[in-house]
Design a protein around this ligand. Sequence first.
Ligand SMILES: Cc1cc2nc3c(=O)[nH]c(=O)nc-3n(C[C@H](O)[C@H](O)[C@H](O)COP(=O)(O)OP(=O)(O)OC[C@H]3O[C@@H](n4cnc5c(N)ncnc54)[C@H](O)[C@@H]3O)c2cc1C
Length: 280
Amino acid sequence: MKPAAFRYERPRDVAGVLDLLAEHGDEAKILAGGQSLVPMMNFRLARPEMIIDIGAVSGLDQVTRNGDHLTIGTRVRHVDLERPDFDGPLNSLLAVAARHVGHIPIRLRGTFGGSIAHADPAAEWCLLAQTLDADVAVASARGKRVIAAGDLFKSAFITSIDDDELLTEVRLPWLGPDWKTGFSEFSRRAGDFAVVAVASAIRLADGRIAEARIGAAGVGATAIRLTQAEAALAGQPLGPDAIDAASELASEEVDPRGDIHGSADYRRDLVQALTRRALS
Ligand SMILES: Cc1cc2nc3c(=O)[nH]c(=O)nc-3n(C[C@H](O)[C@H](O)[C@H](O)COP(=O)(O)OP(=O)(O)OC[C@H]3O[C@@H](n4cnc5c(N)ncnc54)[C@H](O)[C@@H]3O)c2cc1C
């Protein structure tokens, strides 16, 4: 399959991207790693008249710690997060999740921001953004704004990023040494999208759970927070009893739909098993 004809631009800076987006709006598409957009164009599920390739735009490919945030530039590739250049619980969470994103050739080209903008309901980065309450920075010729992850993901493949906006960076809260993180995923074959994935981040104080964040992907149109399971953990010591109770609640609070990859009941069972593994 070949894509429909399109015009191609490769600006060198953000201002150039924003000018093109302002002029062409919904007729244009940003090309980042191309790992989702190009297949969609080849299948003619997307027919943009203009492609704006951001591969040469400088300043969007850094991972930096800014006080209480980790800032991930939109062009940071999946592979760059397999061995993050910093220590701590966020390191292990990103590293484990990164290795679940597709296969090595996809991770070498695909980008963090591209995955967030694409908003696949089973995507690992969308799950982490939702679980950790990420802030997503976007820019347009009209100005800049920051969208909380909870307001960003509207439905499967639909976000609140406007047609003339460029996602520039994603800010994750920095997790200090009192946090413990976990990630567990089930897919049919290595490299496939998750059937279900669960991410967790737990802050301990005096041996008890002071704060809990648990998210699940593959159970709806967007990744979701498992708020009942989170609430059940608050104030508990992090041990088998609390983990079992939270995992059971997690499976009860999701409302997945069945498809060719698994029935609704099967996905609910996966949520329980994967929540237990992530928390353990
Ligand atoms: C075989 C296969 C298996 C895969 N498995 C997985 C998997 O297990 N988990 C997973 O998460 N992903 C998986 N992917 C998808 C992969 O992670 C993509 O890299 C990712 O979804 C999109 O990132 P990209 O940089 O390639 O974006 P592109 O394909 O270039 O763009 C995707 C969409 O986002 C928009 N976009 C990109 N960047 C921006 C920006 N900065 N601002 C605004 N809009 C933007 C584009 O216009 C387009 O609509 C798989 C892909 C393939 C082909």
